[in-house]
Write a protein that binds this ligand. Structure first.
Ligand code: LFR
Length: 493
């Protein structure tokens, strides 16, 4: 096979990257050509993404890719975080800045929604977990305002759909990213019209849904002019939700594995052929998000590294210096077992602001040991994450009815080796860590399969395995987590 070249944009809540992937002889190698901030700004009237600055960075990434690797590529794909969207008017103008999912406007919106449609009905129809950040609750809060914006709007596009539109001129919504809205039916893989109708959302704003892997078309003439790239290059609707791409990038073979995509969020789950909409799945708040190749990502959102990122932000400001994540983990390692934990699903931890104080307040409220020491606070978060993983894995086994033998962890979070070891300890599973670039590799994999260059998902996962260093962690101190389960369960709300 000749060498093939792909461009993958992977955008997270903190930063975005433009990566070039070269595929040759069953191996893929990655080159970062551009890294940029994905700016979000909070002001008195809202918390928003600066989406046009993000667009400029995408163009800049394409220019740099061209400079280093020439003007022809076999595909371009974009994946981003989920749930957020833009509204366009009938002349394709942006109706305001898109909201950041951590904006306060969704406070109490889940309860408001349940007054209109019972929770059980929403779950039956969408299979999506109940988290206030979901697009469904964002749209309801928009609808309750006096501005009538949802009626003025001509189309709603999820963030990567909008960026794809800017590159190609095509306005469609890719299934994996659309599924995070909480407005898509996982059985029909189309919008859940009974839910949109019950909430009074105008039907015509929802674009056509397409499956991941579909070629959107060549870049538009303006994109070709701005970037000087070959006008024939296709933009491919990869698995546009970063977590869906990350799952494609898991180098697993066989059946009894689960994944954990570890970054700002921790997404833990299994790949299924069909959704599970049972009472047990609902009771445990599992989600059935869309996956590549007609799969369903049956998973749970766990708070992830966000509280550590927020602690760092607080301490950086307070002490007027920049702490390295490795330094914070080192302090936690030196501290040793915390013997105290927080319930990471408590809503207060979702929002930005003084995270160390929120952690300590929770420990005081639940009558646990507390201490301002940085090492202690970080250790509490890491052990609480490990306990959540253990809990989630047991629940997955019970709901899906199979024993998980191996946990594959992908994403930046594997660089926190203490967390990865404690994940093995808490779950009692063999943990295979790698690659860090799970989402980028999945993004490229979907493009390569779509172009017929790689046969299927299984082949792609072999290529990922061939191309990356994976590290295995075996449980070392399972007893600690076993012995303290009773105490941990008591602090759960
Ligand atoms: C991870 C992620 C999660 C989603 C959260 C918010 O980056 O995409 O899957 O629930 O961000 O969009």
């Amino acid at each position: 096979m000749d060498e093939k070249k792909f461009i993958a944009f992977d955008l997270g809540a903190e930063s975005g990257r433009c990566m070039v992937g070269l595929l040759n002889n069953q191996k893929v190698s990655l080159y970062e050509t551009h890294r940029f901030r994905t700016p979000s700004i909070k002001y008195d009237y809202g918390f928003h993404w600066d989406i046009l600055v993000i667009y400029e960075e995408i163009i800049e990434g394409l220019k740099r890719a061209k400079k280093e690797f020439g003007n022809h590529f076999d595909g371009i794909g974009i994946d981003t975080w989920g749930v957020d969207y833009v509204l366009l008017d009938s002349e394709n103008r942006l109706l305001g800045y898109p909201y950041h999912y951590r904006d306060d406007r969704t406070d109490n919106m889940m309860e408001e929604t349940f007054k209109i449609i019972p929770k059980e009905k929403i779950y039956k129809s969408t299979g999506i977990q109940f988290v206030q950040i979901n697009t469904i609750y964002q749209l309801l809060s928009e609808q309750k305002r006096k501005t009538n914006l949802l009626n003025v709007a001509d189309k709603i596009l999820m963030i990567p759909d909008f960026l794809n539109f800017l590159l190609t001129g095509r306005k469609v919504s890719e299934y994996t990213i659309a599924s995070t809205s909480g407005l898509v039916n996982p059985s029909t893989r189309n919008w859940s019209w009974e839910i949109t109708e019950a909430l009074g959302f105008k039907k015509s704003i929802f674009p056509e849904l397409i499956e991941p892997g579909k070629v959107l078309g060549p870049i538009s003439s303006s994109t070709a002019r701005l970037t000087q790239l070959d006008p024939d290059i296709s933009v491919i609707a990869t698995a546009c939700h970063d977590t869906a791409s990350a799952v494609v990038g898991v180098p697993a073979q066989g059946g009894n594995w689960a994944y954990l995509s570890s970054g700002t969020w921790s997404l833990m789950g299994v790949e299924l052929d069909r959704p599970v909409l049972s009472e047990e799945a609902l009771g445990n708040n599992f989600t059935n998000e869309g996956g590549f190749n007609n799969t369903i990502r049956f998973l749970k959102n766990i708070l992830g590294l966000w509280p550590i990122q927020e602690c760092k932000r607080y301490w950086d400001e307070k002490e007027e210096k920049e702490f390295a994540y490795a330094e914070l983990t080192d302090k936690a390692e030196k501290y040793g077992a915390s013997g105290a934990w927080v319930d990471l699903s408590d809503a207060r931890f979702l929002k930005a602001g003084n995270m160390p104080e929120k952690i300590i307040a929770f420990l005081k409220e639940t009558g646990q040991k507390h201490d301002n020491d940085m090492g202690f606070v970080i250790r509490v978060i890491i052990e609480s994450l490990a306990y959540s993983y253990r809990d989630t894995l047991r629940k997955i086994e019970s709901v899906v009815g199979k024993k998980i033998e191996r946990l594959h962890v992908v994403g930046g979070g594997i660089q926190n080796e203490l967390l990865t070891q404690l994940t093995a300890d808490a779950t009692g599973c063999e943990v295979v860590a790698g690659p860090v670039e799970g989402a980028v590799l999945g993004n490229i994999g979907v493009q390569a399969i779509s172009k017929g260059i790689v046969e299927n998902l299984n082949e792609w996962r072999k290529i990922v395995g061939n191309s990356c260093d994976l590290k295995t962690y075996l449980p070392k101190n399972k007893n600690y987590f076993d012995e303290n389960t009773g105490r941990y369960n008591k602090i759960l709300r």
